[in-house]
Design a protein. Structure first.
Length: 279
């Protein structure tokens, strides 16, 4: 059973229209059950909210779900400003503020934006955090790349390779081209400025280690060692490694990922119901 997905928009505090895709089980009156926590998805660099389609359609039948098109991505507005980690963390804050109870889910760059949101605004609005296939500052550091230089030299070819390498599952040429075109919406310099260069790796490590609520870290092999170290340094972290997928692991193995996320959110929700302040 697939959920019916609806689109909505909101305007940020600096005047930018952002689009959100939402779904969830509805009662007899057609309203989404407000008592459920919302799984709030933030995609990675240059990717649209629609990349979470396998989660919105499947999980939305039983859970509340929402996916953000960050500024300049998907169907959100492309402003002339705000393409940096601080403003994007503020955008996440305003996205989260749409809902009463939230499990924040960030993938790749979206995971860093989620961590920066926690750093700047705290975790009071969150019930839990899910970080997907992104470095969290633990050892070992990921290998250096020339990705930005490649973007500057041949942007289309670099993004075409980037998109192809995100998946281990087969995609049609039309599907891949659509993601490439989506990534090219944003001006080149704006897309480059999104990378939080100059911030030490320890910044992300310290935020993740200090996060005081349930944390699920889902990774491919490239971050498996970081996941083991985060678990050692932050006991209680839930870790899951997807061994045979691409960077977009939730697309390559949607059923496994959806079961994992649903179980985690259900555990978080059950714990919250039994907490003293909810009695």
């Amino acid at each position: 059973m697939s959920a019916e997905i609806h689109s909505a928009t909101f305007t940020t505090s600096d005047g930018v229209r952002l689009r959100v895709m939402e779904a969830g089980p509805r009662g007899p009156d057609g309203a989404v059950a407000a008592t459920m926590p919302v799984m709030a998805f933030v995609p990675g660099w240059s990717m649209p909210a629609a990349i979470w389609q396998p989660q919105l359609a499947a999980l939305g039948a039983s859970h509340r779900v929402a996916a953000l098109d960050p500024r300049g991505q998907g169907e959100s507005e492309i402003p002339a400003h705000g393409f940096n980690i601080e403003r994007r963390a503020a955008d996440v804050r305003e996205f989260v503020a749409r809902y009463e109870r939230v499990v924040l889910v960030g993938w790749s760059l979206g995971a860093l934006e989620a961590l920066q949101y926690v750093h700047r605004y705290g975790d009071a609005a969150l019930e839990a955090l899910v970080l997907i296939d992104s470095s969290v500052g633990e050892d070992p550091p990921p290998p250096a790349t020339q990705f930005i230089e490649a973007l500057q030299q041949d942007r289309r070819a670099t993004i075409e390779a980037f998109v192809r390498e995100m998946f281990s599952s087969p995609w049609t040429a039309l599907e891949l081209d659509a993601l490439v075109d989506a990534a090219l919406r944003m001006p080149l310099e704006a897309s480059i400025s999104l990378f939080p260069r100059g911030i030490p790796r320890e910044h992300w490590r310290d935020i993740a280690r200090a996060f005081g609520k349930p944390l699920l870290y889902v990774v491919t092999e490239q971050f498996a060692a970081q996941a083991r170290n985060l678990l050692r340094n932050r006991p209680g972290t839930r870790v899951e490694v997807f061994e045979a997928t691409g960077h977009a692991l939730f697309v390559d193995e949607p059923d496994r990922f959806n079961r994992l996320l649903a179980a985690f959110v259900d555990e978080v929700a059950a714990a919250a119901r039994h907490a003293p302040d909810r009695a």
